[in-house]
Design a protein around this ligand. Sequence first.
Ligand code: NAG
Ligand code: NAG
Ligand code: NAG
Ligand code: NAG
Ligand code: NAG
Length: 418
Amino acid sequence: MKAQAALSFFILIPSLCGSQDTFFVASFSHVSMSEQIVIGRLDEDIVLPCLFESGPDVVIHWKNQDNYVYSYYKDSDQLEKQDRRYVNRTSLFRGEIHNGNASLCFKRLSLQDEGIYICYVGTLPGKITNKVVLKVAAFVAPMMKYEKDTTGGFLICNVLSVYPYPIITWKVDNTTVSENKLEEVGSLGPFSINRRVNITDLNSSYQCAIENTLLKQTWTGRWTMKDGLHKMQSEDVSLSCKCENSSFLLNQDFTVTWSRVESGNSFVLAYFLSSSQETIINKSRLSWNEELINLHDFSLTLKDLRLSDSGEYLCNISSSKYTLLTIQTLHTFCLFYLEASQETVVTIIVPTLVIVVVAILLLSVAIRAGKLRRCIRTERPLPTDQRSSNDGSAEENKVRHFLYQTIYSIRMHCKKDN
Ligand SMILES: *[C@@H]1O[C@H](CO)[C@@H](O)[C@H](O)[C@H]1NC(C)=O
Ligand SMILES: *[C@@H]1O[C@H](CO)[C@@H](O)[C@H](O)[C@H]1NC(C)=O
Ligand SMILES: *[C@@H]1O[C@H](CO)[C@@H](O)[C@H](O)[C@H]1NC(C)=O
Ligand SMILES: *[C@@H]1O[C@H](CO)[C@@H](O)[C@H](O)[C@H]1NC(C)=O
Ligand SMILES: *[C@@H]1O[C@H](CO)[C@@H](O)[C@H](O)[C@H]1NC(C)=O
């Protein structure tokens, strides 16, 4: 049997069992034994391929070790010996059998389904035996979370379901700080992974990558903080969010979410869905520039700033392969001196008060120093504060009171904006 050959393929067949969108094409006319590796995804469906030269009196047996997975002969399914595990989860493409297609449709894969499946087909022209090695992988899109507590900010990379155990790499400013592939002893997959890193240097970028070696897929999450913005009340500000290299956004769906981060909470302000080009804005003073969005610049304009707008803003660009988090800190300052009614307070009263207060302070220091000198000379006890305020400075108190009231009213004016 010179023609006998072993072929090896790595193929990933889309999961829709009933559809035609598989892309496996091979000629088996002179091959009586082949071996293929098929990678399926947990909970999804897969086709185990098996082609033969068509002819009459077709007998098909699919087996996993000694267990019958599926049998077909005398033009009908023969499922008496079928192992329980495969009941209602497997089927042949009945309409394709006469075309030489004995592929098995396998539904709702579990990790226990991994193994070697043999397809035996006998027809009048001959017999074939195909070997299919089924591997099952899981990789539910990972996420990067940014949170703050009293000790500072931290990042969490997590993936709810992954199999086999992935390679996890953390980088700070493109330098690898930790890498591991430590499978928890004794635990079966799929795995759920949650890794935390504290942000110790706000000027650095933090990156975490999770790689599924079986699927040859890597997800990357990256965090950076932009320089802080300092703005006056009622000004406008542009919160920037633009990725240096936006090529990764091409040919895939992504979402952009702007949110406000407060310790323990974050509030979504706006989001954009690339699939529908839809933008949603949850705050009236915010706006997005559609032309910039087309250039993958997701900077957000916040108009008519208020003091309460101070804080951290998070821009999150996420696809199934990437998450890019950009933090921008906004500091908004009080604008009282531009208000007409307060202008006089600031230009005239406050400087005058400052001079008066300084004079009074100097005066009281001088008086105290004089008293002290007298005390030392006469060896009398020092007068108490109570007495000194009673005798010397009723005037000083009045001025102080007025000053406090003015400052207080300015602060009230600043704060009333929300
Ligand atoms: C067999 O037929 C099914 C249904 O048309 C198709 O999805 C599958 O790809 C075919 N198998 C092979 C190995 O071509
Ligand atoms: C398979 O499906 C049939 C019909 O829907 C049902 O009666 C039977 O209980 C199912 N068997 C298993 C093992 O799920
Ligand atoms: C970023 O957006 C993605 C997709 O909307 C979401 O799953 C993820 O939790 C978001 N991350 C943060 C830190 O907000
Ligand atoms: C991160 O910070 C927390 C709280 O300060 C601390 O308990 C934890 O050990 C730190 N983790 C790492 C990996 O440094
Ligand atoms: C971060 O960068 C700013 C200027 O870019 C610098 O003033 C500051 O000291 C840096 N902080 C750290 C912790 O390196």
